[in-house]
Design a protein around this ligand. Structure first.
Ligand SMILES: [Zn+2]
Length: 85
């Protein structure tokens, strides 16, 4: 069954198609960033440096990797980075 509705036709009242498109773009961008992290983690695995911090080259804690297998920084460096932001 074919519908004449534009794929980005607003599903909630008050949103224009353009606004829906912007929301979709923002969400896709978030997915793309996550995908990039995952691909980077897989690449590190292939190079044999998975589980080591990108910044200080120290070991990333197992608990951190369990929580986020794509984690690229140890806790110490991550905290340091957050405080700079
Ligand atoms: Zn580190």
């Amino acid at each position: 069954m074919k519908t004449d509705l534009h794929p980005l036709a607003p599903s909630s009242p008050g949103l224009t198609a353009e606004e829906c498109g912007q929301a979709a773009r923002a969400r896709l961008y978030t997915y793309a960033q996550k995908l990039a992290r995952i691909e980077a983690a897989l690449a590190r695995m292939e190079k044999g440096c998975y589980g080591f911090c990108l910044t200080c080259e120290g070991r990333i804690g197992l608990l951190r990797l369990e929580a986020d297998p794509a984690e690229a920084m140890c806790e110490t460096c991550d905290i340091g980075r957050d405080s700079v932001r």
